[in-house]
Design a protein around this ligand. Structure first.
Ligand code: NAP
Ligand code: ZN
Length: 350
């Protein structure tokens, strides 16, 4: 076992602070990764604050990991020392249930192992995430990152990227479709970039008029201010697809009203109770509301390759680990452009 530096929260009210964790020795099928960058997902904040009521402390968050391979086990041929690689939200699954057989490890029927806050099969206790110097992961859960991408701006692809790419791909968004992305944060800005790259007519649906110019630069053809009833009325019954990234419970009725007949709104943000939905808002127009959770490993690799081909990365604000608590305060206020990424040199050199 190796002891390494990390940042952790001790309880739901605590600030993150320096903490030491252990990583296992590199096993036959393992890849040991030197973490260069780690994105800051709103899920990190939810779990630090125990919003989902399942946090185990101390929490070392971080599931948008980019780094270089430091060491590989004897059974690893796909990766070699020095390769640029990524790790997302998953580090293990049973690999034999029907979900795993369908390359949907995130829905593993025997319980996937999440990058942090999951039972650690090797060391006991629970897993620790990417706000740390290094991580050792089974080769099946390590992704190749196209070398043409800016490594730090590619970090958020590992969660924000796949979480938005997967529903757009699964629900078959195509050229010319009118696609709305609700919430311009980490997920939302990737949603707009992907929908635009797929040829859709994209609309950023936001509560923040101040983000309008940025939304257009990111690839939105139009901006819809969700608090403006007249604007919402103008767009009623017109969307082929909606991707809803709002991080908290909310009233979905005004958004359902935007869907065309037979269209779907996919919820990825609110992992918590939603306000009551009027049945009529789905019945009148045979509309659907669905959910989606990250994506499996195969699809995550496909998404990274798509990003390599289309040169899609995140718009990021780099921070040092010492500024993580300030970044969380800003994330809470929807004030991030559009993903914080931690430069892990700040942890190593301190
Ligand atoms: P984020 O960067 O904080 O962005 C969320 C955006 O939603 C905000 O910038 C804001 O955009 C909008 N918003 C915030 N509060 C709102 C409210 N009360 N009503 C309406 N809009 C509101 O968060 P993120 O990292 O993109 O994550 C979004 C959510 O997805 C989080 O809950 C996270 O845990 C979840 N998540 C889910 C998955 C999955 O697999 N399903 C994966 C990753 C993350 P505007 O200012 O434009 O309105
Ligand atoms: Zn995430």
């Amino acid at each position: 076992m190796t002891k390494i530096k990390a940042y952790a929260a001790d309880n739901k009210d605590a600030n993150l602070k320096p903490f030491e964790i252990e990583r296992r020795e590199t096993l036959k099928d393992d890849v040991k990764i030197d973490i260069m960058y780690c994105g800051v997902c709103h899920s990190d904040l939810h779990q630090v604050q125990n919003d989902w009521k399942n946090s185990v402390y101390p929490v070392v968050p971080g599931h948008e990991i980019i780094g270089k391979v430091l060491e590989v086990g004897d059974g690893v041929t796909k990766f070699k020392v020095g390769d640029l690689v990524g790790v997302g939200c998953l580090v293990d699954s049973c690999k034999s249930c029907s979900a795993c057989e369908d390359n949907l490890e995130q829905f593993c029927e025997n319980g996937a192992t999440w990058t942090y806050n999951s039972k650690d099969k090797h060391l006991g206790g629970h897993t620790f995430g990417g706000y740390s110097e290094s991580v050792t992961v089974n080769k099946e859960f390590v992704l190749k990152v196209p070398e043409n991408l800016d490594a730090k701006a590619a970090a958020p692809l590992l969660c924000a990227g796949i979480t938005t790419y997967s529903p757009l791909a699964y629900w078959g968004v195509k050229k010319g479709d009118k696609v709305g992305v609700i919430g311009l944060g980490g997920l939302g800005h990737m949603g707009i970039k992907f929908a635009h790259a797929m040829g859709a007519n994209t609309v950023m649906i936001t509560t923040s008029p101040s983000k309008s110019e940025d939304a257009k630069k990111l690839g939105a053809d139009a901006v819809l201010i969700s608090k403006d009833e007249a604007q919402m009325k103008e767009h009623a019954n017109s969307f082929d697809f909606l991707l809803n990234t709002i991080p908290v419970g909310h009233d979905m009725n005004p958004y359902a009203a935007l869907l065309k007949r037979d269209a779907t709104m996919v919820i990825v943000g609110a992992v918590e109770p939603l306000d009551p939905l009027h049945g009529g808002s789905l019945i009148m127009g045979r509309k659907s509301i669905a959910g989606s959770l990250i994506g499996g490993l195969k699809e995550t690799q496909e998404m990274l390759d798509f990003c390599g081909e289309h040169n899609v990365v995140s718009d990021i604000e780099m921070i040092d680990i010492q500024n993580i608590n300030e970044a969380y305060d800003r994330l809470q206020k929807s004030d991030v452009k559009y993903r914080f990424v931690i430069d892990m040199k700040s942890l190593k050199n301190n």
